[in-house]
Write a protein that binds this ligand. Sequence first.
Ligand SMILES: NC(=O)c1ccc[n+]([C@@H]2O[C@H](COP(=O)([O-])OP(=O)(O)OC[C@H]3O[C@@H](n4cnc5c(N)ncnc54)[C@H](O)[C@@H]3O)[C@@H](O)[C@H]2O)c1
Ligand SMILES: O=C(O)C(=O)C[C@@H](O)[C@H](O)[C@H](O)COP(=O)(O)O
Ligand SMILES: [Zn+2]
Length: 370
Amino acid sequence: MPSPVSFALIAVHSLKLSLGDRSYAILIGAGLLADQESYATLPSAPLAAIVTNDVVAPLYAQRLESVLKQRHREVVQIILPDGEAHKDWASLDRIFDVLLAHGCDRKTVLYALGGGVVGDMTGFAAACYMRGVPFVQIPTTLLAQVDSSVGGKTAINHPRGKNMIGAFYQPLLVVCDLDVLDTLPERELSAGLAEVIKYGPIADPAFLDWIETNLDALRARDKDALAYAVRRSCEIKAWVVGQDEKEAGLRAILNFGHTFGHAIEAGLGYGEWLHGEAVGCGMVMASELSARLGLMPPAFVDRMRRLIERAGLPVRGPALGAERYLELMSVDKKNEGGEIRFVVIEALGRAGVRPAPDTLVAQVIEAHSG
Ligand SMILES: NC(=O)c1ccc[n+]([C@@H]2O[C@H](COP(=O)([O-])OP(=O)(O)OC[C@H]3O[C@@H](n4cnc5c(N)ncnc54)[C@H](O)[C@@H]3O)[C@@H](O)[C@H]2O)c1
Ligand SMILES: O=C(O)C(=O)C[C@@H](O)[C@H](O)[C@H](O)COP(=O)(O)O
Ligand SMILES: [Zn+2]
């Protein structure tokens, strides 16, 4: 595990995700989106496309287009409908239609400007268009800055399961501009905190302590606190992905809370609960499972539930019924041979993946839903 940076005023910081010739920088700082310097290492190409949505476009697309026009002859904007419900084939088709209509070629650079939904779809479009074009992540939500923009998981949803159609495809660069978090709705900030909290129990107990101490500052959008949270989260994610890009093993720890969380998202039809909300609640359930398997003490479940609640997140799942949860969780990429596999905490800062008896999982669900 990389040793943590000190919690102090951070200007622009550059981390590296090491993946051989596909390594890339993760820039973190204020005002980076409209700073020409942020993009200096990118290849020059005549054409570029900004992929964004109808909420983010009015806020930031023009600013990005102005700076990119200094690098590219033509910059196309592709504005998708907002929301998780649109992380689908129709949005992907729209991206391909516009790219083809503008004669975009293999050198065309795609810039994902938005949250995780835009980032995941732009990455998948970049992986597919002409069998692969370069793309850049410019995450504009806390969740996207601490998690989805880093690591190259790209996908769309299927009604039966979350992120079921996708590819591993790495960006050339990630640009996290902390200033854009100013306009983020409070509910979305809380959703991002779920993925920040995740890194503590799976990899870094000291970070969990730090989050508990600094949660109020994070919710008040203190820039130093946010800078540290983004930086430490990206450090941990880059450390994991750098060792296991395609989730042969270790990377699955980043899925803590997601087996239950994805069931909630799919079960409610994508969008009613935010991804971060479902993951927050899913982490309470996965903590309970860890305790019922005898791996962690009951006090750990209380600690996680209290922190997730303090972050402004729901801690009880929707009343879908244990049987429906189990049915939904039977569609999960971690499953093997028809067996549902869960990320559990084995010791504070260490996670593992294992199956659990349906009866035990049902008890966990009954205890934390409805
Ligand atoms: N690829 C990965 O590794 C990974 C990791 C975590 C999550 N995800 C995916 O990410 C998605 C969730 O991402 P999200 O939480 O960013 O949701 P999102 O992309 O839907 O964005 C949340 C909301 O905030 C709006 N928004 C974005 N930036 C804004 C800004 N600066 N100011 C005001 N509004 C803004 C968006 O338009 C949207 O309405 C899910 O689909 C999830 O599966 C992927
Ligand atoms: O990067 C990863 O690996 C993660 O699991 C990060 C998760 O936060 C993210 O939600 C991811 O998209 C879930 O992956 P999936 O393979 O379960 O779809
Ligand atoms: Zn997630």
